[in-house]
Design a protein around this ligand. Structure first.
Ligand SMILES: NC(=O)c1ccc[n+]([C@@H]2O[C@H](COP(=O)([O-])OP(=O)(O)OC[C@H]3O[C@@H](n4cnc5c(N)ncnc54)[C@H](O)[C@@H]3O)[C@@H](O)[C@H]2O)c1
Ligand SMILES: O=C(O)C[C@H](O)C(=O)O
Ligand SMILES: [Mg+2]
Length: 568
């Protein structure tokens, strides 16, 4: 049995009890209570971590709503990391939806009203002359492997929220990826908001100003990125929920000088690639055999298209032009096709533009647009993916039309939170007479089939892969999280899909298994980094698994020894 870790610590009394990294609450032993000035600061009884978890789950269960549970757990995280992570890990399947998607959407939209305590680093546009100073004050030059930042312009599908999301994404890195929470930093980049409701709310805690854009925005973001590069050149910088234009621009701008990762673009692309790889095994076809319609061509939609395209090239050996032909992207102004003006199509999406000749017999609406139903009728897609934020957009007519031409239609409504899903999984199953292969962005209960059986709906959420992608890159001290490393992670995830063992089972692993799954992803990513010469470590590939397990942070207390030169 592994012996308890020993930590040498110099904090005492109140400072120790209010430090969430080291606080043990009632679990401090008699020796520790004496050594750290805690006698009289705690009630008599000494609890084990198991007992503390039992008390916390009882308290949690008395909360009336998921939002109240989210707030309770947030407070617990502020008090005691080991207890928080241990509790959530023990009840992963029930509590991930409470601390993350879908409840996180509600928590972020109520951020100002629920606000109790600051967490992470808040960099506000008005304080840009203090970026370096506040960064150093917060980090105190501690070791940092991962920085998660967001400007909150496009939070899930609920739009501009001013502040929010980076701390939830960081917590998932620890819970599912094994990342040490003291080596992560969550950063809120507050450049204002265009959300009128927030601007008019006297309790709004962010900067009540129209969102800064253009050169001023770029200068502000660049000051932050340069500070990251200066003090943590080997860290992974994760961008979350930026607006679509900035998401792609920033990734492009910094990818050659720092290890950067955009979760909505690359994480979503990777989990969807894994999902499709498993699904085509069930349909006994290839990725390159698919006709793929993507509804919503924003950060996620284009990220998915590019990742699937690159997967088709890497796995089935097609060239780019041939692979691009498998895709039909639809955005607000209908099918992306030649001749649509710049006001309707972002330049980045044009590589997937369809030729007009294919559509000369299809009637357009009054604005010259071709809608989803017409695309489905014309293309007979085998795969339909939604990342449009338009709840219910996959209507009964559309789904039934798709099912007429596909033996096992693959339908992935990915817009979060749950109410924004393009179709509810049970409806999709009913409308396809039980033929569909489904995965969704938020968690859903199993579908009931007419034969009485249940179909498990896989959760195609980037959290099934991004913690592993990030941990793998950090583990290998990789200079970049390359496309090939991401594909390696996606392939490993796909290989673990339950449907590979039983075609009637889910096309993605269960979130209850996600720590083990993300560990496998991390190992694949680090192995690939070593293979392609991107790793900063000089291990053999065979050593990676053991190194990964050893680096994983564990929610255990360990024994504390007082040391005036110890950790603080
Ligand atoms: N499951 C996951 O892991 C995952 C990951 C990332 C994003 N998402 C979800 O996907 C959705 C989109 O996220 P995003 O970051 O790409 O946002 P985004 O704003 O960048 O993209 C949304 C796109 O949908 C388009 N759109 C809006 N109305 C439309 C309509 N009526 N018809 C067709 N297209 C329409 C918009 O023009 C935009 O291009 C969100 O709900 C988000 O929560 C899910
Ligand atoms: O946050 C999530 O649940 C997934 C994704 O990053 C999103 O923006 O919806
Ligand atoms: Mg996101």
């Amino acid at each position: 049995m592994a012996s308890e870790p020993v930590f040498r610590i110099c904090l005492r009394g109140e400072t120790l009890l209010t430090n969430p990294k080291f606080n043990k609450g009632t679990a401090f032993s008699p020796e520790e209570r004496r050594a750290f000035g805690l006698i009289g600061r705690l009630p008599h009884r000494i609890n084990t971590l198991d007992e503390q978890c039992q008390r916390a789950i009882d308290q949690l269960e008395s909360q009336q709503s998921d939002l109240a549970k989210n707030t309770f757990l947030q407070s617990l995280k502020d008090q005691n990391w080991v207890l928080y992570y241990s509790l959530v890990s023990r009840h992963l399947r029930e509590l991930i939806p409470v601390i993350y998607t879908p409840t996180e959407a509600e928590a972020i939209s109520n951020y100002s009203h629920l606000f109790r305590r600051s967490e992470g680093l808040y960099l506000t546009f008005t304080d840009q002359d203090y970026i370096e100073e506040s960064f150093l004050e917060q980090t105190k030059c501690r070791e940092i492997d991962l920085i998660v930042c967001s400007d909150a312009e496009a939070i899930l599908g609920i739009g501009d929220q001013g502040v929010g999301i980076s701390t939830a994404k960081s917590a998932i890195y620890t819970l599912l990826g094994g990342m040490d929470p003291s080596k992560t930093l969550s950063v809120t980049l507050d450049v204002g908001t265009n959300n009128e409701e927030l601007l008019n709310d006297p309790l709004y805690v962010g900067w009540p100003h129209q969102r800064i854009c253009g050169e001023n925005y770029d200068v502000f973001i660049d000051k932050f990125v340069q500070v990251v590069r200066k003090y943590y050149p080997h860290s992974l910088l994760h961008f979350e929920d930026f607006g679509v234009t900035n998401a792609y621009r920033l990734l492009q701008k910094y990818k050659d000088t720092h290890a950067v990762f955009n979760d909505d673009v690359q994480g979503t692309g990777a989990v969807t690639l894994a999902c499709l790889m498993a699904a085509v095994t069930v349909t006994k076809s290839k990725l390159s055999d698919q006709r793929i319609v993507i509804y919503g061509a924003g950060s996620a939609g284009l990220g998915i298209a590019r990742q699937l395209r690159d997967g088709i090239i890497a796995i089935d050996g097609l060239d780019t032009a041939e692979a691009n032909k498998r895709f039909y992207l639809i955005d607000k102004f209908g099918l992306i096709r030649d001749g649509l003006g710049q006001d309707k199509v972002r330049e980045a999406v044009r590589e997937f533009s369809r030729h007009n000749d294919e559509w000369k017999d299809v009637e357009t609406n009054g604005n010259g647009e071709i809608g989803l139903l017409d695309v489905v009728k014309t293309v007979h897609p085998t795969v339909l993916i939604g990342c449009s934020t338009q709840g219910g957009a996959f209507t009964e007519e559309i789904v039934r039309e798709m099912a007429k031409h596909a033996d096992k239609p693959i339908i992935l409504p990915l817009s979060n939170p749950s109410r924004l899903h393009e179709v509810r999984p049970q409806d999709a199953m009913d409308w396809t007479d039980g033929k569909a292969l489904l995965a969704t962005g938020s968690p859903f209960p199993p579908c009931k089939l007419s034969n009485g059986k249940e179909y498990m709906v896989g959760e195609c959420n980037n959290a099934l892969i991004y913690p592993g992608l990030g941990f793998g890159a950090v583990l290998a001290q990789s200079r970049a999280l390359t496309d090939t490393m991401i594909i390696a992670g996606a392939r490993r995830l796909a290989s673990l899909a339950p449907a590979l063992q039983n075609p009637d089972d889910a096309i993605l692993p269960d979130f209850g298994d996600s720590p083990a799954i993300n560990l496998e992803v991390a190992i694949a990513v680090a192995e690939q980094a070593i293979e392609e010469g991107n790793a900063g470590v000089s291990w053999k590939k065979e050593e990676v698994r053991e190194k990964a397990i050893r680096k994983q942070w564990k929610a255990v207390y360990g024994t504390y020894v007082f040391d005036p030169n110890g950790e603080k």
